[in-house]
Ligand binder design. Structure first.
Ligand SMILES: [Zn+2]
Ligand SMILES: [Zn+2]
Length: 352
């Protein structure tokens, strides 16, 4: 594997609200995490205005870690992360954003906010739909339409797993999480032909570790991002191409899916896996224009490196994504039988 082929490990959701938490976050963030975004809440203006300074201090303690500037923004009742292709952001730019668009409660205001973000000097930021608690069949398509507005091509990512991994018991089976479940939020975009990367953040709050201990960035779930060097602009460009997988404690190194159309609805699928635990349940999600189909695959994936190849004949097939899970012992202390999973972003089927 060349340096560019080895995926970066990334977390795009983490809070840092106080000076005294900077050494703690530096210490608890996994030593092998490559990229971390700091994303404080936009309704906490005083904290946002200190964020660039705190990121610089964290960078001096962890020079190995590429830090990105981000926001957790209130949009139409949802939390949407904004990730900038930069480590720090000018105070005047951020103040202008907060003055105009926090909170953002109307579709018209959202359009103006997207235009403001698209003008960020170092390049276009990306948006992430955070932690949907349940799938809303009325609101989510409207939100998807509003965020994917033609002419303002800010890219969009969807959480494949919930953050706050230790706090939330609701989705004991990670396959049920509405961001990535079949017909969930990500399929809404894929069915419209829009590429979204699947993401997974820690939503770590170093200031809350006494009352609600949680997994620090990089220690439980991570994004694997292919095709980027450790550079803010390259990382956002690679996210836009959608070639991510999210990994929950399976310590996978790589999951790559190819889908090539042979003729009409007949496609060849190729799954390439490298990981350190056995995957006991492997599924393919197959998307057509209007629906998704879940196909259980017979193969277990053994630890190590392997390729699974097969063909499918499904009318109207446009994309595939793959997910796997394991219920073996978990490496996190005190969490012995927790199910762990991975999910890849979709690939659209290419014509031969
Ligand atoms: Zn949130
Ligand atoms: Zn958060």
């Amino acid at each position: 594997m060349s340096a560019l082929e080895k995926p970066l490990t990334v977390d795009l959701h983490c809070h840092l609200e106080r000076d005294e938490d900077i050494p703690l976050l530096a210490e608890l963030t996994a030593p092998d995490l490559d990229v971390l975004a700091i994303t404080n809440h936009t309704n906490k203006r005083a904290i946002i205005l200190e964020q660039s300074r705190r990121i610089e201090q964290l960078a001096s303690l962890r020079p190995d870690l590429l830090l990105l500037y981000g926001l957790e923004w209130n949009v139409l009742g949802n939390h949407v992360n904004v990730i900038f292709p930069a480590r720090t952001v000018e105070e005047s730019y951020i103040s202008g954003f907060l003055d105009g668009f926090e909170p953002c409660d109307e579709f018209e205001q959202l359009s103006a906010a997207l235009e403001y973000l698209a003008d960020f000097p170092a390049g276009k930021p990306m948006l992430i739909l955070n932690h949907p608690a349940h799938y809303d069949p009325v609101k989510f398509p409207l939100l998807a339409d509003a965020l994917a507005k033609p002419g303002i091509p800010l890219s969009i990512g969807v959480d494949g797993f919930h953050g706050h991994q230790n706090w939330v018991q609701k989705y004991e089976d990670p396959f049920d999480y509405p961001g990535s479940a079949p017909n969930g939020l990500c399929d809404l975009f894929y069915q419209r032909g829009i590429m979204v990367p699947l993401l997974a953040g820690s939503d770590f709050h170093p200031n809350k570790q006494d009352e609600k201990p949680d997994y620090a960035p990089g220690t439980y779930q991570r994004i694997l991002l292919s095709g980027a060097a450790k550079d803010p602009v390259q990382i956002l460009a690679a996210l836009r191409q959608g070639r991510t997988a999210v990994d929950q404690n399976l310590t996978i190194d790589r999951i790559a899916v190819e889908c090539e159309r042979q003729f009409d609805d007949y496609v060849n699928i190729n799954i390439n896996y490298t990981g350190f635990r056995m995957v006991q349940k492997l599924e393919l999600i197959v998307g057509t224009g209007t629906a998704v189909e879940v196909k259980g695959l017979k193969e277990d994936l053994q630890p190590g490196s392997q390729t699974v190849e097969f063909s499918l004949d499904i009318p109207g097939i446009t994309y595939v994504r793959v997910r796997g899970k394991s219920s073996g012992p978990c490496c996190v202390e005190g969490d012995k039988n927790r199910i762990a999973a991975f999910i890849s972003s979709a690939v659209f089927c290419s014509d031969k």
